[in-house]
Design a protein around this ligand. Structure first.
Ligand code: CO
Length: 181
């Protein structure tokens, strides 16, 4: 089922997620619905807050060919799509700066500095604890989605100059969706 995506301005995007006690059938269905919603919107990640929920869960799917060769090789052991429950980043290394966008911010995209490599611990949909390491674009997606779960939005990371550039767009978007910045 395709769900409605919450836009910047909606209060839920600033709420902190609550860890799930266990991955239930209901949450497995929700994760599938989130994937369907994300694919339809042509995104590469979606967090619970973006569909109005506060369970600590998100989905990620990086299409093939999005990564440079070296990162693709490094990330190869990570099978797509990812359905992550209670994800936490337990290690970060290096830094990368690149363009980023978000399905909750239609028409806004800016450059964000992120760690180049991360290690993430989570529960899979069968309640098994997993640890993955990722680089490049996948590492960026993990940091972006896990930020969402902590109520942090990618515009919070924009430089002062870019924030100024997007100020009126962001103000308008927030105003149209409930006004919470
Ligand atoms: Co986002």
């Amino acid at each position: 089922m395709v769900l409605q995506i919450c836009k910047y301005g909606e209060k839920v995007l600033r709420e902190k997620s609550v860890p799930v006690a266990s991955v239930t059938e209901e949450l497995r269905i929700l994760a599938s619905d989130m994937l369907e919603t994300m694919r339809k919107a042509r995104g590469v990640g979606l967090a619970a807050q973006q569909i109005g929920r506060t369970e600590r869960m998100c989905v990620i799917e990086i299409p093939e060919g999005c990564e440079d060769d070296e990162d693709e090789l490094f990330n190869a052991p990570v099978a797509m799509p990812l359905k992550l429950f209670n994800p936490v980043i337990i290690a970060k290394e290096g830094s990368q700066r690149d363009k980023e966008g978000c399905l909750s911010f239609p028409g806004v995209g800016g450059s964000v500095t992120r760690a180049e490599q991360v290690t993430c611990q989570y529960l899979d949909e069968n309640n098994r604890p997993q640890i993955i390491s990722a680089r490049g674009f996948l590492a960026r997606a993990l940091q972006h989605e896990i930020d969402h779960l902590d109520g942090i939005l990618y515009v919070d990371h924009l430089s002062a100059v870019e924030r100024l550039t997007f100020a009126s767009k962001l103000k308008k978007l927030a105003k149209a969706n409930g006004g919470v910045r």
